[in-house]
Design a protein. Sequence first.
Length: 223
Amino acid sequence: MIVVANLKAYMTYEDILKYKDNIPNNVIVCPSNLHIPFFLNHNYKVGIQDISIYDTGAHTGEICASQVKELGVEYAIIGHSERRSKETDDEINKKVLKALENNLKVILCIGENKDENKNEKIEYQILNDLKNVSNLDNVIIAYEPVWCIGTGVTPTNEQIEETIKFIQSIFQKNFTTNAKILYGGSVDKNNINTLKKINLSGFLIGKASTDYEHLKEIVDSLS
Ligand code: PGA
């Protein structure tokens, strides 16, 4: 099971000093950019929460894929809904291609808002964000309904299963391989035993992952 801990911008320096040595093995931890160096060289993997569309050069404030890779970061979250309002699918596609070119594994977040046609939105995101990507070996899809992120609400298992099948059908029609699929959005220790009954490759966890004891309880339930 893949477990991604998206720490967003939640933690202070004091918090991470306590947190960084207590993360279960094999979790993919995605701290804020500033904190990444503190998480390297442990028994877990490290991801970045976003990358630049640019290569190295005159791009103030940007962090490019080659710099990320050279430091030992292995994963890049791309297209998280908390960033999508500031970027187009064309830019997300450029980020995906840059990450893959630099041998980073991509965690591509997709998902609909409450008022959107779910299947249309998801198909649009997959086809546009993965344009010119031929090999999905290094692509993980995180299905995160926007209305479930940070809200304490999750879809029913049946609703998630139906969406996962739809995502798989898009891959079967348009790609030669399948991608691994995670669920994300208000996953915590109270709902993990229900959610784990779904046939998934794992979970992307936000707020609940910022407490290492809570994260450990989730990981233990999955093992
Ligand atoms: P949440 O966030 O678990 O706090 O809902 C998930 C995410 O945004 O990736």
